[in-house]
Design a protein. Structure first.
Length: 186
């Protein structure tokens, strides 16, 4: 099978990384070569030194899209988990990737209140206290996708169900082989 990029976008603590990790495990179990580009990890490796201004965020997304397009062009499946708050940057990422491979946008549309409740890194708490500037959803905008390939609200949904929905979407798009037995991690 040829490569493709699955781009998970949404607020911090929406569930992007958790879902992408489960999807990666399922795809690998089906023999798919998978690479994951997580926004937090990319910032420490590829985009070290970038801040959180709109320009720096757009640069980060452009770098991720370029790397993802190269991997997909070589036949790998790439799962990107990045807030990617600006619609124009996501549009450019899609254009970059689709020169070489399919691009699937997954909007993890978990509401801000739920993301604040989860807040595993205490980022929202610190942003609301004024300790962090330019926090997406608090002091910096998030422009929600209007035409994502799949929209998930993880508020009352088990991760395994969200993972299954993404895999089913990829099956419907004929990007992954269908599996007679689902081996999803629960």
């Amino acid at each position: 099978m040829s490569g493709y990029v699955v781009w998970f976008t949404g607020l911090s603590a929406a569930g992007k990384t958790t879902i992408a990790g489960g999807v990666a495990a399922e795809l690998e179990a089906r023999g798919v070569v998978v690479d994951s580009l997580d926004g937090d990890v990319v910032r420490t490796r590829l985009s070290h030194g970038l801040g959180f201004s709109k320009e720096d965020r757009d640069t980060n997304i452009a770098r991720i899209a370029w790397v993802a397009s190269r991997i997909a062009r070589a036949g790998g499946a790439v799962l990107v988990s990045a807030i990617s708050p600006y619609s124009e940057a996501r549009r450019r990422a899609r254009e970059q990737v689709t020169q070489h491979a399919p691009f699937v946008e997954i909007y993890v549309a978990t509401p801000l209140a739920e993301c604040i409740r989860r807040d595993p890194k205490r980022l929202y708490e610190r942003a609301l206290a004024g300790e962090i500037g330019e926090m997406t959803g608090v002091s910096s905008p998030y422009e929600a996708p209007t035409a994502a390939d799949l929209t998930l609200d993880t508020t009352d949904v088990a991760p395994a169900d969200s993972i299954a929905a993404v895999v089913a979407c990829l099956e419907e798009l004929d990007l992954v082989p269908r599996s007679a037995v689902r081996r999803l991690v629960r």
